[in-house]
Write a protein that binds this ligand. Sequence first.
Ligand code: SF4
Length: 363
Amino acid sequence: MKFIDEYRDAELGKKLVSRIGQLSAQPARLMEFCGGHTVAIMRNGIRQLLPATVEMLSGPGCPVCVTANADIDKAIALARLPDVTITTFGDMMKVPGSYSSLQQARGEGADIRVVYSTQDALQIARDNPQTSVVFIGIGFETTAPTIAAAVLQAEQESIENFYVLCLLKLCPPIMKALLDLGEIKLDGIVCPGHVSAIIGSQPYEFIPRDYGIACVVSGFEPLDILLSIAMLVEQIEEGKPRVEIAYRRGVRPEGNKRALELMSAVFEVDEADWRGIGVVPASGLKLGKEYARFDAEWAFPVTLEPVREAKGCICGDILRGVKTPTDCRLFRKVCLPEHPVGPCMVSSEGACAAYYQYGADYG
Ligand code: SF4
């Protein structure tokens, strides 16, 4: 197939649905790790097409959602410092921290600008040498190479006023942490497409080997997802879990060498604080010693109030796959996209936002 429409072909979709139905004899509980997949599944009504034997759970693969309140509080505290400009992706603006949000802080006078890339943030730093420009670096392995490239460029151009609040997170370690928690029993994982374009499929090999769970790397179109589910069901029925790539047009087993080199040149692996999961060793990236001068946490130490979680919000449980948005008593009543209580209702990749927007029967 050459064109994106071909990955949305209804006839091929029906054939894949029927194939899944024919293959699936035993119960199969699958997790789509990535928030982008959750949205695609909800938008295309894929859950409703699957046989009763196949259950889909949403996972923690939404970078905004997994950002801990403590880190959002840190970003807000940085925004309130004099002569500091915060640059961030738009999804972060409305995410409530313990006491406020970036949007509220902007309303109170903080200089916070929405950008579409790290390069935009770097440009703001070039254009405003009198202020310190901090980029809120959230994301997974997909975003990390672009941040690494911006840091290298800032170094090369001797840009003295560019900083990163480095909140980057790594997918395979959090998958391991989730499985080790033992709260959910999974038979298969729909592995993230964009992340795997960077890291490849090899880092998931431990999942079938150590946990007996099938893995298929999926793209984001409806046929990509249906094909991935069919491949997972086939593995489960055969009793031979392994790592396969359904998203062959985007992912190679070894990943993207150049992007991986960029990441390891600039970052080092460190612990990271995940909403709903807590601090997980070796599950995040921090700027390496050589680039420590770009680290906003190092350059601008801030004192924070004690962290508070929003009362009644179960985002943490949803991110661990233990609950779904419809289990939250605030869903659609108190918590709405216009008045989000938690990040899963704010982010374009959040499970609550996807259920709200597309979940006719909240499948
Ligand atoms: Fe949190 Fe709102 Fe989702 Fe409930 S519906 S879990 S309050 S984001």
